[in-house]
Design a protein around this ligand. Structure first.
Ligand code: KG4
Ligand code: ZN
Length: 344
């Protein structure tokens, strides 16, 4: 009999519930994005995010059951994000998971959001069928709105941080640049789209820490350089050069990411890498990663777009693997705004 786990994700502004089979097959994934709600504010308003989670979450759980044609009696446990994230948002998912676990007498486990992202490339469905969880070790570039880190995945549950951003996350840099150009929130996907017709060499933006041996990233210098460039331009010039500005900015981020991953693979003598998190949806990053891994005969997995940004399927899959190892959380489990992945 296959096992099924319910996943719940509410760490930021996306509300999501999903049901995962023990081989990583996504039986159902229901997501409600709050982008439209937060857009007028130019960023996430935590109080509004948590209130919306309470409105959407149980309906999404219900719709995951409907889509999967499964019942509560088929579910052997719940995986829920409890760290890191916005405290009010995390609380909604965690309190809901605890209540459901208590009501249906099933175990639950708190999941580190980044461990979820690391599982995303190994999810499967009717269209996307990657290999099963790789033999370890392999590297993981986790690149999202809140994180930009390279991990060595030593085995499931054991992650060594090799490098991370010392200031902004890559997604945050995309979003801030989009805000400077009044392109709306979140800005990554818009910049990606506009960049396709732009010239990446039009503006020489800095690549932070790229020449350093460390595997850390820095995007604050890029942000300042972009702001100084925009301050020199009037609205008409900005509009005329919008695609070139976006493309040059995007290239600076992608260059830094790919260069550091290449360095990490060489340094660790590893030939497998995954790229995951919201920014892994970026088409230029995907293309540059493909070129780089081809050159060095490296195996690389990047999830399809539906599993790049926040979703409960990846949390359910991480939950399934922990529950399989007989790990469980109890009703005292808390939520944490910050948390190292090493302790997952
Ligand atoms: O993983 P995610 O959904 O949430 C966090 O855990 O942060 O990532 C959201 C981030 C946002 O900053 C968004 O602008 C960025 O991912 N993003 C992209 C693209 N799609 C989403 N950045 C660049 N290119 C994209 N196509
Ligand atoms: Zn995320």
């Amino acid at each position: 009999m296959p096992q099924y786990v319910l996943g719940i994700e509410t760490s930021c502004d996306d509300t999501s519930a999903a049901i995962i089979r023990d081989d990583g097959f996504v039986m159902a994934s229901a997501i409600s994005s709050q982008d439209d709600v937060h857009r007028p504010f130019g960023g996430i308003v935590p109080e509004i995010a948590s209130r919306n989670h309470t409105h959407f979450l149980l309906n999404l759980v219900e719709s995951a059951f409907q889509k999967s044609k499964l019942n509560w009696s088929d579910i052997s446990g719940i995986g829920v994000t409890n760290r890191p994230g916005l405290l009010g948002s995390l609380l909604v998912g965690v309190v809901t998971a605890k209540s459901l676990a208590l009501a249906y007498k099933i175990p639950f486990i708190g999941i580190h959001h980044l461990e979820g992202h690391i599982m995303a490339p190994f999810l499967r469905d009717d269209i996307y069928q990657p290999p099963h969880f790789w033999e370890t070790p392999f590297l993981a570039l986790v690149v999202s709105g809140g994180h930009t880190s390279i991990f060595k995945v030593e085995k499931f549950g054991s992650y060594k941080l090799l490098g991370e951003t010392i200031d902004d996350a890559a997604g945050e840099a995309f979003d801030k640049f989009a805000k400077m150009l009044n392109l709306g929130y979140p800005g990554g996907a818009v910049i990606d789209r506009l960049s396709k017709e732009g010239d990446a060499r039009a503006y020489a933006f800095p690549r932070g820490l790229i020449k350093e041996d460390s595997l850390n990233f820095s995007f604050s210098g890029l942000k300042t350089a972009a702001l100084l460039q925009l301050n020199k331009m009037n609205d008409e010039e900005k509009n005329k050069n919008l695609k070139n500005l976006c493309s040059s900015f995007q290239e600076a981020i992608v260059d830094a990411l790919v260069t550091k991953v290449e360095k990490a693979l060489r340094q660790e003598n590893i030939n497998k890498v995954i790229v995951t998190g919201g920014v892994s949806a970026n088409s230029r990053l995907r293309q540059r990663m493909e070129e780089m891994v081809k050159k060095h005969s490296i195996e690389c997995l990047i999830p399809p777009l539906r599993y790049c940004t926040d979703n409960a399927a990846m949390i359910g899959y991480a939950g399934l693997k922990h529950l399989d190892r007989k790990e469980r959380s109890d009703l005292q489990m808390g939520v944490f705004a910050r948390s190292d992945l090493q302790n997952a």
